[in-house]
Design a binder for this molecule. Structure first.
Ligand code: PMP
Length: 412
């Protein structure tokens, strides 16, 4: 037996390599992570991350909320709280969800440490090794990391510009069932998809809910971007028409600020109690401080007007990105999102987005290769471009640099 703490074959740097649980294998740094460290240098235009542009927030109003909370209820804000979340705050969350057609009871809302943590809790409750999660292909990378860390497999259903294709979903379910697989839930980002930038049409929302109902598959509706539309509102949330078969996830990360780390799950009543218990086991209680500050902000600031400001900022940036693409890369195709943060670019077949990234970084532009968003190696001909953080001028510059890289690659 090798002594504890002795480096072993497989990983010379980590003496505990053979002690990890099997599920830890899924927690690997992505191959492009090291490059992103380089890409964070100021001279690089990063179209890679998904950081909200929090500088557009009314900082004074956030400061007011913070001061009011400390003055009026400092000891409560600094104390542990309910494992389900502050009751008044959960009522306010109902008002946010009402904007997307959801009518619910505050008793079914569970406040979490960002919606990322809600994804973790739902996975913990439902996934056993070998289970299957169906998702769009591509899908949100860090949700898939969680699913895989619970040793579930991700099955990708293809999408088009209307979102997930219902016929393909039916086929996938039939195939998985015929193979004796257990499908635990359908994970979907219906509005302003990350990374594809497309929105599931209303007709398809109904159809997909019907398919899920027929097959007794729980739907996990992840909706961080729904309120960040540009011209036309997204269709109402799937949860607005299906209460018992949908766990809905929301967050203040994109409409307010991710630094609060506050999101929520709206769960079918039967599931809600388990979620609260899982939340308590994980964090005891979500941050009282963050919840109370957001609650005060919602009560005192024009938060709907502020979301409108964000919409304007992101609309301008999306337009800058699409016009730069049309000017510098007219031979390629891309999605035209009506909200959210992302454009999905299709490359010619001879190019490989992952292999091209180091050369792009050398040309001082970074993006996320499509392969990051598939569990099965697809995505080499795709790139996710984020327009949320850089200024319109930087977006133009970034796309111009990207065009140079693409041209050079095509001529190789
Ligand atoms: N779901 C999706 C689709 C996301 O894009 C993100 C953030 N990038 C999250 C969940 C997690 O967000 P948060 O934990 O900040 O609420």
């Amino acid at each position: 037996m090798t002594a504890i703490g002795t480096p072993q074959a497989g990983n010379n740097l980590d003496p505990w390599y053979h002690h990890y649980a099997e599920r830890a294998a899924a927690l690997r740094a992505s191959e492009v992570r090291a490059l992103f460290a380089v890409a964070s240098r100021p001279e690089v235009v990063s179209l890679a991350g998904g950081m909200p542009y929090v500088a557009a927030l009314p900082q004074d109003l956030v400061m007011n909320a913070l001061e009011n909370v400390m003055r009026k209820q400092g000891p409560v804000a600094l104390q542990y709280g309910s494992g389900q979340g502050v009751p008044l705050f959960r009522e306010q969350i109902l008002e946010v969800m009402a904007l997307e057609g959801i009518r619910a009871n505050a008793d079914d809302v569970v406040v979490t440490t960002g919606s990322q943590h809600a994804l973790e809790l739902v996975s913990k409750l439902f996934l056993d090794p070998g289970d299957v999660v169906i998702s769009e292909g591509p899908s949100y990378v860090t949700a898939m990391v969680i699913f895989k860390s619970y040793q579930a497999d991700v099955d990708h259903v293809p999408m088009d510009d209307q979102g997930m294709i219902p016929e393909a979903l039916r086929e996938h379910i039939a195939r998985l069932k015929a193979a004796g697989r257990t499908i635990k839930f359908l994970y979907t980002i219906p509005s302003f998809h990350n990374p594809a930038g497309v929105t599931l049409s209303w007709a398809r929302r109904l159809e997909i809910l019907e398919i899920a109902r027929e097959n007794q598959i729980l739907v996990l509706e992840d909706n961080p971007y729904g309120l960040l539309y540009f011209d036309q509102k997204a269709p109402d949330a799937m949860r607005s028409v299906e209460r018992d078969g949908v766990i809905y996830l929301g967050t203040f990360s994109k409409t307010l600020a991710p630094g609060f780390r506050v999101g929520w799950a709206l769960a079918p009543h039967a599931i809600r109690e388990k979620l609260v218990l899982a939340n308590e086991a994980a964090v005891l209680s979500p941050s009282s401080f963050s919840q109370l500050v957001i609650s005060e902000y919602l009560a005192t600031a024009d938060w709907k007007g502020q979301i409108n400001t964000f919409r304007g900022v992101y609309r301008e940036r999306k337009n800058a990105m699409l016009s730069a693409l049309a000017e510098y890369l007219p031979e390629l195709t891309w999605t035209n999102p009506n909200g959210g943060f992302y454009v999905w670019l299709n490359l010619p077949e001879t190019l490989d987005s992952k292999a091209m990234l180091p050369r792009a970084v050398k040309e001082l532009v970074a993006y996320t290769p499509g392969t990051a968003f598939f569990a099965d190696g697809q995505g080499r001909q795709n790139i996710r471009l984020s327009f949320c953080y850089p200024t319109p001028e930087h977006i133009r510059l970034g796309i111009r640099r990207l065009a140079t890289v693409v041209r050079d690659e095509l001529e190789l």
